[in-house]
Design a protein around this ligand. Sequence first.
Ligand code: TUI
Length: 317
Amino acid sequence: MENSAICKMLNIRYPIFQGGMAWISDAELAAAVSNAGGLGVIAAGNAPPEWLEEEIYKIRKLTDKPFGVNIMLMSPFKDAVAEAAAFLEVPVIISGAGSPGKYMDMWKSKGAKVFPVVPTVTMAIRLERIGADGLICEGTEAGGHIGELTTMSLVPQVVDAVRLPVIAAGGIADARGFAAALMLGASGVQIGTRFLTAYECNVHPSYKKAILDAKDTDAVVSGRSTGHPVRCIKNRLTSKLKKMEKTGASIDEIEKEGAGKLRLAAIDGDIKSGSVMAGQIAGLVKSEASCEEIITELVHNTHTLIKSYQTKELFNV
Ligand code: TUI
């Protein structure tokens, strides 16, 4: 695993990307993941460029390892943060929630490796043509803003359609998910929800508790009717949004109700009225641990799992 093409391309030890979670993935979390051999990622989210610049200065003090920045393309600051990431020569740039086409040349001219999140095969092919270095295929199991296709369906179809390395995301939190992603043809994984309960994750303790308490059916989707579906842990806010969607509230009214609610949950710890974004795999996350423990266990158990399958009698062929 350590000598895979993707690890060589990015100069990382393990093909494990930490999910860029808006308001949550800061320099401290990203540095802890990078120091443990994965790719730590700072999420620009809706933050202004000054915030991102500060986090980039911080991470360079905390680690000498490569790291990534996630640029969320629905942000009002997207142009400015895209430029800041290029100017500060961020080694890996991940884009989400839109097409990064217009930034591609700028990022690549500064030596960045670019990994857009793609929700479909069509977009994967388009981004390969314009110079992406790899793709993140994020299934609808993921937390936050999501596409339609599941990880299980999306990953192998993109793997067959492009020559680029593919990182699987959505629904992966342990070695079984990691091994399954490799079986689908992925070169690595992106993991978000599992890192929410990392010791180095600065999300509010109430948010961590909501993840630890979540069961399989708790991560629900709101906003399908607005065209911006978002997966969060069920609470007063998701019930309200569901009711608004049922009773035919306008897109504007629904979007207004959701605005600013991630900050309310992640920073202020209001997990009843805030947006507790998390993936369907939250029900599997039952402990807090350091990023080093999370990554070491993932790698060790994935290795053991795959080896054990080589000697298992599965069925008569
Ligand atoms: O971006 C994410 N997940 C996110 S962003 C986010 S911040 C937020 N805050 C409040 C409300 C809504 C969002 C929370 N979670 N994941 C990557 C991702 N990208 N998922 C889906 C996509 C995507 C969707 C459409 C990528 C490209 C795309 O292209 C459409 C087009 O053709 O432009």
